[in-house]
Unconditional design. Structure first.
Length: 560
């Protein structure tokens, strides 16, 4: 609420300053109500020509409301029941109201600031009422305000001095380009508590406090547009909203909570299907325990050890970018920690045994390559193909194991994560649309465990990892009536359990403005294996129908 109060003061000050300046362009030709409906892009206040100190300030944003219902809520009453969940048949899956405010301040050609505020309100969900797991792992808690947040999301200063551009502050840096897979996108954690990350990769990223310089390099031989990008980020990443889990997993660790992925509350709407057999004591004959090394779990059952706020837990990396003729190439090195936790068995069978969620350190080495493909005529010579490739090798990836000789229930292996993609960008297709184009993306993601064994299992499950995990994504988008109707089909297929993750959508924008639009989306998870964690089968049954309305606005326009 403090940020909203500051914004109100700035708007009042800007309006007063505008009244005193005769050379400021005001919103004269539209009444306010008419402007809101017609979608005028004129700002509420224009200070770009003012001599006042606010002339470098611009504030814009949007208000967005998203409503969703379960496609089959009655079938979800059985979701997780074997593990103790007991959901009702209420259909409300999403009711998210988001206000985003972006403030840019242009000081001069070398210095600028950016700040992004998020205000999010979500009501209590009947589907989650008395179904969230507490510290004793019993599903009997409610969290009515868990998803609400009122905080500054991004906040950084940009300075350009000679060949060096420095970004200093709370920010997001994306090195990968996949639509749904995180291959080269290894820096920022994700907030997975309120959404399916595969269908909302952009909004789910969490900013990090970091020092982020980019140094431009001189042209050298065939290499142009070259630069070196560096990142250093401390373990101190405070987060105080959306971290008050009922099981108190982050208690006393809020100063580092923003350094790792935020997972859904146990029993929440976007939580995975729980495996019912954790230790040997609660596993019936003929079934496999997820942690057979544990004879019997004892309180506090499960603890969370986030990377402590020390220099040793800082993360850092380098990226070298260049352009060789028409091929864009990057080389990546990243030292950090796992963003998702791995469960370690603590204690001995003769004493107390518990699970501790940890985030082991890692080293990533990767390369990416993008280039257009020109086929000789007449064979598809007019098709604008683009080839994308990403590959990241990780030195020491932790995996859970059911091997009784591993008392910690964890072993390590190096891994290779690769992506091969073929894009068609904005191809003219008169038979489909006369006012738009066709864009398609075909992505093949392969995740290889370089030292596999048959005892490796998904975390918290007894289902075994495959030596090679495969995903194939297809996305196709076009538009009609000059962008008024934009349908997009996106789907991911994994052969494990014949799992499909489908998220088609259509965006409807009035022909007279792009200031507001309506989006309709279906997110469907179809699978024959509800314990297939990597493929996404653990979300089986949680298909959602969504409708979203967004209104963009421009409050203050300054010079840039």
């Amino acid at each position: 609420m403090t940020a909203l109060a500051i914004l109100t003061c700035i708007l009042v000050s800007a309006a007063m300053g505008a009244a005193e300046e005769s050379d400021i362009e005001r919103l004269e030709h539209y009444g306010l109500a008419e402007s809101l409906w017609s979608g005028s892009n004129a700002p509420f206040v224009d200070v770009s020509q003012s001599s006042w100190w606010l002339r470098g300030l611009s504030i814009s944003g949007y208000a967005q409301t998203t409503s969703g219902m379960w496609a089959n809520s009655s079938s979800l009453t059985a979701f997780g029941r074997a593990a103790g969940e007991h959901h009702g048949a209420n259909s409300l899956a999403v009711e998210r109201n988001l206000l985003q405010l972006d403030a840019n301040y242009f000081l001069n050609g070398d210095n600028s600031w950016f700040l992004r505020f998020w205000g999010v309100y979500e009501p209590p969900y009947p589907w989650e009422a008395h179904n969230i797991a507490g510290p004793s792992l019993v599903y009997d808690k409610s969290q009515s305000d868990f998803y609400n947040r009122y905080d500054v999301r991004d906040a950084y200063w940009k300075n350009t001095t000679g060949p060096v551009t420095l970004f200093l502050g709370h920010q997001i840096v994306t090195w990968g380009e996949s639509i749904a897979f995180r291959v080269g996108d290894i820096i920022n954690p994700q907030d997975l508590s309120w959404n399916f990350g595969f269908a909302n990769l952009e909004q789910s990223r969490l900013p990090l406090w970091m020092v982020h310089p980019i140094v431009n390099l001189h042209r050298f031989g065939p290499f142009s547009s070259s630069f070196v990008e560096g990142i250093w980020s401390s373990a101190w990443q405070p987060l105080y909203t959306s971290v008050n889990y009922a099981d108190r997993r982050y208690a006393g660790q809020y100063s580092v909570a923003g350094a790792v992925n935020l997972l859904p509350p146990s029993g929440g709407r976007f939580d995975t299907y729980p495996y019912p057999f954790t230790s040997a004591a609660d596993t019936p004959p003929g079934e496999q325990a997820a942690f057979p090394q544990i004879k019997r779990l004892a309180a506090p059952f499960q603890t969370w050890a986030l990377p402590a706020d020390t220099w040793a837990n800082s993360v850092e990396g380098l990226r070298l970018h260049t352009l060789a003729e028409n091929t864009e190439i990057t080389a990546i090195y990243w030292h950090g920690h796992q963003l998702n936790p791995t469960a370690f068995a603590e204690g001995t069978p003769e004493s107390v045994q518990t699970l501790q969620q940890r985030y082991p350190q890692l080293n990533d080495i990767g390369v990416t390559m993008n280039r257009p493909i020109y086929l000789p005529p007449p064979l598809l010579s007019e098709v604008p193909f683009v080839l994308r490739n990403e590959a990241v090798w990780q030195d020491r990836t932790p995996f859970n194991t059911i091997n009784l000789a591993r008392s910690s229930a964890v072993i390590y292996s190096s891994t290779m994560n690769t992506l091969m993609a073929l894009d068609v960008d904005n191809m003219a297709v008169p038979w489909l649309t006369s006012t738009g184009t066709l864009t398609t993306n075909l992505e093949w993601n392969n995740y290889t465990i370089l030292s596999p064994n048959r005892d490796m299992v998904y975390g918290g499950y007894a289902e075994r990892w495959r030596h090679n995990e495969e995903n194939v994504l297809l996305s196709a988008s076009t538009s009609w009536w000059w962008g008024a109707v934009v349908p997009t089909f996106t789907g991911i297929y994994n052969p494990d359990g014949n799992t499909w993750e489908l998220f088609p959508n259509v965006v409807l924008t009035p022909p007279w403005t792009d200031k507001y639009f309506l989006s309709l989306q279906y997110i469907g998870i179809l699978s024959n294996d509800k314990f297939s964690n990597y493929a996404g089968g653990v979300f089986k049954g949680k298909s959602i129908l969504l409708i979203q309305f967004q209104y963009n606005f421009n409050l203050i326009h300054g010079r840039s």
